[in-house]
Design a protein around this ligand. Sequence first.
Ligand code: HEM
Length: 500
Amino acid sequence: MAILSPLHLVGSPALPSLLVFLVALLLVYTLYQRRFHPLASLPGPYSASLSRLWITKHSWDGDMNTTMIDLHHKHGSLIRTGPNEISVSDLSAIKQIYGAGTKFVKSDWYSVWQGHRQYDLFGERNERKHAEQRRLVSRAYAMESLKDLEPYVDDAVHVFLDHMSELSGRVVDMGNWVQLFAFDVIGEITFSKRFGFMDAAGDDGSFKQIERALVSAAWVGQVPWLYWTLDALTPYIGNHLGIAARHGTLRRFAVQEITARQDRGGHQQDILSKLKAVQKAKPDEMDENAVASMATSNLFAGSDTTAISIRAIIYYLLKNPHCKRKLIEEIDHFNREGKLSDPVKLGEADAMPYLQAVMYEALRLHPAVGMSLPRVTPPGGANVADHYIPAGTVIGVNPWVIHRNKSICGEDVESFRPERWMDEEKKGDMQRFFFAFGAGARTCIGRNISWMEMSKLIPTLFLHYNLELSEPEKEWTMRCYWFVMQTGVNVHLTKRGATE
Ligand code: HEM
């Protein structure tokens, strides 16, 4: 029997009919998506309504944060970003989609993060299972744990300042240094051991691996079927996607650190000791894999995010010298009154209103996550922003969009103006819709830890050093691969007192 190949069709009388059939199919599909699909009336890029190429391309290009701001600005509160996906900017959507008791669950985008893990707080899409898993570990990350973790952050702040002392008088890539700091802190609080990145003034390749994982997860998560096909073929073709590092190298690194930490022994109060205590008390619910998974999550979710946020705080302060001056006045005032330790304590920082306003404002303008947090509309559908959304539609809110809502933040949403957080009338609403850490049951478990890191590092740094951008007119650059990473925060650093 002859083997059929597409070449056999060339010159065949069947070819014209086949082409007509395919064109007709395409027309019917386009007509359906544009006229009859339940999302057909929603505005958005034309190509997005027909295929997932549009959203995959922008996730690949790394510009979803700014693209979504522009689209919502142009078209309003609901945008169709895929044949079956929408982005919403209506304020009420946060509570409806992410709030307590929500029936909206995480979309398949997260499946590429979870891979084959049984325990993965970030990627788990079964809400019941997630709630059980989160209950097990929540105490390790709660406010009451911060007093145990604060001394670890103090150690890292000391090391950071020692290095700044050596670099004083020079131009310093502060963007890089805060990343080295944030990683070393995660090592300290998780394993009672700095990774030594600050001492080496560089990392061991982890930054690149995490970046590759983010770049690949951002786009391949938009077409998860491709990820899972490649996953099934891995035994034959290997896995060349960067996201594999989250499941492979980084996880192995975390397991290595767990073993090393256990060999060192001692009576540490780090997160690992807290997780191990849960494992001992509930071995059936929390096994070795779950502990390794939490340690990997700390590395992955807790270091870049905090570095991005500290970078944003420093950048916006230096771009707005009057804000920097006001913060330094507050720091000096508290210092003169004897209300500051060195490094500054969390409780002391909490009492500094302008510092708090500065941190909120920097994370408002530059939340670490720049893509929509995608969820699936529950059975029966839902009315969102006065529009019926059918069951199974992927829907999400983008922190970059919601943080620029003029009815909440005022007309000057693009300006860095910490004072807006000191307006008692407005502050409540702004905090309610503050979305940098997500919301509801899936809100960031490390929020308190990262807030503590920022609260300690920023005032301690500005207490001792004067910072100026080395090229004040130049803007930083940013790329959005789930996290919005910045480059170009080069700073001229001098010891305070030396120049004043
Ligand atoms: C400024 C720093 C941080 C920011 C802006 C941030 C942001 C976020 C956001 C937006 C989410 C929700 C994601 C979603 O719904 O899809 C999240 C979840 C999460 N974050 Fe963070 N994060 C930060 C620091 C940390 C730290 C320090 C840790 C760990 C030590 C951490 C661990 C996690 C984990 C495990 C989740 C998943 C929680 C769950 O679903 O139960 N994050 N984070």
